[in-house]
Design a protein around this ligand. Structure first.
Ligand code: FES
Length: 295
């Protein structure tokens, strides 16, 4: 009698805390038909996945930091900001991830032979890793600016060294690199040299808004990766609607990258705030439950 064929599973192969509240996790498929295998073969820079840790968890969007087709592996870097990311952070090597779907969204528009500026702030640094890599390998002159509140949060900096012609580090408190925000570095680089053709900025919404204001003032094309609330990630629920150039788009299918100069940032910030209270309540409840179970 032949044994039944097992459906593919998505398994956590490694998970490491790389900074306070920030985790670096690799998910692999048990067969070539699995989601991680499919994503690892097809994902391009700028795309994302929807992931759900277990039955009670919500589907959340995470940018793909790296893929390795031979290993059927997808690397995801995330910050614990609520219940779902907290649940992901509790996974251990060998644990199964309930759902992984992707690659989703449109890939970054990778130019060739240009002078490009790629800015990452906080956990957004992980999202710009594949973007900077693709731009570098397409023959662009790449300057990378990384920023975080303090040195411990300045993640992945060594991984940018082989894919950046120039690497500028910034911390708010001056504990590493130049003291100040990525916007200060951007302003100096773009305004003072004027030598960049196009840029990317990915990080907290407020950072992308500030970078976009500089881009608008200097008439500098700047791609930003929007992170509204997403529910299905397929353009069906309307949860991720954003206003860009006074038109409505769905970030999950029309983005996530949009010209930052045209984004209605205040509308996005307002929509993100609407869910903060519910998320905080749910997160508090989830942590209490975990404490009870671990007693
Ligand atoms: S997440 Fe539902 S439409 Fe984009």
């Amino acid at each position: 009698m032949t044994s039944p064929i097992k459906p593919p599973q998505e398994i956590v192969s490694t998970i490491t805390k790389i900074a306070p509240k920030i985790y670096d996790m690799t998910v692999v498929s048990t067969s070539e038909e699995g989601s991680a295998a499919l994503i690892s073969r097809n994902a391009k820079a700028g795309q994302f996945v929807m992931i759900r840790a277990d039955e009670e968890g919500e589907r959340i969007p995470l940018t793909i930091a790296q893929t390795e087709a031979k290993k059927r592996a997808v690397r995801l870097i995330f910050q614990v900001v609520g219940t779902s990311t907290h649940k992901l952070s509790l996974l251990k090597p060998g644990d199964q991830v309930l759902n992984l779907a992707g690659p989703l969204g449109k890939p970054s528009e990778v130019v060739e032979g240009k002078k490009v500026l790629v800015i990452g702030g906080g956990v957004g640094i992980a999202a710009i890793l594949p973007i900077a890599g693709s731009l570098y390998h397409a023959g662009n002159d790449v300057t990378v600016v990384l920023g975080a509140r303090t040195r411990d949060l300045l993640i992945l900096k060594d991984e940018f060294k082989p894919i950046a012609h120039r690497l500028v580090l910034c911390t708010d408190d001056g504990s590493e690199g130049r003291k100040g925000f990525v916007t200060d570095a951007m302003n100096d680089l773009v305004a003072n040299t004027g030598a960049y053709d196009v840029g990317w900025a990915v990080g907290p919404t407020i950072m992308m808004k500030m970078c976009s204001e500089i881009a608008k003032r200097l008439d500098f094309p700047l791609w930003t990766s929007l992170n509204p609330i997403m529910v299905d990630g397929t353009g069906m629920c309307g949860g991720c609607r954003v206003l860009v150039g006074n038109e409505m788009f769905f970030a999950c299918v029309d983005g996530p990258e949009f010209d930052g100069r045209l984004v209605d940032w205040d509308n996005l910030l307002l929509r993100q705030k609407q869910f903060k209270t519910e998320e905080a309540d749910s997160f508090h409840h989830c942590r209490l439950e975990n404490q009870l179970h671990s007693r």
